[in-house]
Ligand binder design. Structure first.
Ligand SMILES: Cc1cc2nc3c(=O)[nH]c(=O)nc-3n(C[C@H](O)[C@H](O)[C@H](O)COP(=O)(O)O)c2cc1C
Length: 347
């Protein structure tokens, strides 16, 4: 089975992708392969104000099989961005995001708003695919209401002429986050498109859940349940000690990525692209951070790290007090102290 870490804004950054791949390489099922995604990035901002969004393209040489995801509604910006990523960065695929929902998004023509004018969107897909050599994919949902599901199905059959892979989320826009999902839609789509890779992307709760639901599909893509739970990409069930070690490794790596980025953005030159970190350098930096040989009090990564932390320690004993203390920690040292005190108290 090919197992995918879903694209998630503020989650699937360079550090978390490395952690997921490390866990996968340690505990993988030998028949499986791993695929990684970046967070989404605005193609328009990339072409006009790259320094605002270029962080999303930070990638080490370790997570080589990674898809760069972009969004926007304007063909020229999308093509310019896709072509530039292909030229300057070592991504394996380019993906167009047509998934994200919200009333605000529906008003603009980007994200799932692209599905309002399907003919125009097909011409955008055709244009992008003709301009890049990398494989091209799209991520979408089964659309607005139950009434336009057939229309969306037909649209995807047409779209498959221009993309190699389609990630499908089985809820309509109206269903929001409800439990109702249309499983037949995606199995039927794969039946009709044997030569296009089709990914299941909604509410996979465990590795076993992926195995159970894969059926005739190619790849499985857990999202929310993969936040602070990289083991979902493997059959392995972690011990509390595994989780604790991963938390500290992930925290150090997040700070290391921030330090690398701060340096790289100072030297950033759009004609050459962002200087990417090597895995080896990040590992060295992370070690220095862990040994307190570099002052990282100014780094923001430990604050951002909370979103993973709350998930990592879900199910840990007496975690309520720790969850209350975490927001008081304002820097790396504070956070490590808070966590060490808590982990000592439960060991
Ligand atoms: C915090 C968060 C950020 C997300 N960011 C993105 C994104 O950048 N690009 C994207 O295509 N989907 C994004 N998604 C959607 C997920 O990739 C996935 O489609 C969705 O969560 C449904 O899967 P799930 O039911 O397993 O969570 C995001 C979801 C979450 C929870």
């Amino acid at each position: 089975m090919k197992i995918c870490l879903a694209p998630m804004d503020w989650v699937t950054d360079c550090a978390y992708r490395i952690i997921c791949k490390q866990i996968f390489q340690t505990h993988w099922n030998v028949d499986d392969e791993l695929m990684l995604w970046t967070e989404f990035m605005s193609a328009d901002w990339y072409t006009h104000n790259p320094s605002w969004v270029i962080k999303h393209l930070l990638k080490s040489d370790f997570d080589h099989e990674t898809i760069a995801q972009i969004f926007w509604w304007n063909t020229d910006s999308l093509i310019a961005c896709a072509v530039d990523i292909q030229k300057k960065y070592s991504y394996s695929w380019i993906e167009l995001n047509m998934w994200c929902p919200s009333p605000k998004i529906m008003k603009c023509a980007a994200w799932s708003g692209m599905l309002k004018d399907k003919q125009k969107t097909l011409s955008i897909l055709k244009s992008i695919s003709s301009q890049i050599d990398l494989p091209f994919s799209l991520k979408t949902r089964i659309w607005l209401t139950q009434d336009d599901i057939q229309e969306q199905f037909d649209f995807l059959l047409e779209a498959s002429k221009y993309v190699h892979l389609i990630s499908v989320h089985g809820r309509t826009y109206k269903q929001s986050h409800s439990w109702d999902v249309d499983r037949n839609f995606i199995y039927k789509l794969k039946e009709q498109l044997p030569d296009t890779l089709i990914i299941w992307n909604w509410w996979l709760s465990s590795y076993q859940d992926c195995v159970t639901k894969i059926n005739n599909l190619d790849w499985m893509m857990p999202a929310q349940r993969a936040i602070g739970n990289p083991w979902i990409l493997t059959p392995y069930v972690p011990t509390n000690q595994d989780v604790i070690e991963t938390i500290f490794k992930h925290l150090d790596l997040s700070v290391a990525c921030e330090l690398h980025f701060k340096q790289a953005i100072q030297n950033y030159d759009h004609s050459h692209g962002l200087e990417q970190p090597t895995y080896e350098n990040l590992q060295h930096l992370a070690k220095d951070i862990s040994n307190n040989t570099i002052n990282v009090d100014h780094c923001h990564a430990p604050i951002e790290f909370r979103k993973y932390l709350f998930r990592y320690i879900n199910g840990f004993p007496n975690n309520k007090a720790c969850k209350k203390n975490i927001p008081q920690a304002r820097n790396y040292k504070d956070l490590k102290k808070t966590l060490s005190n808590y982990f000592d108290s439960i060991s």
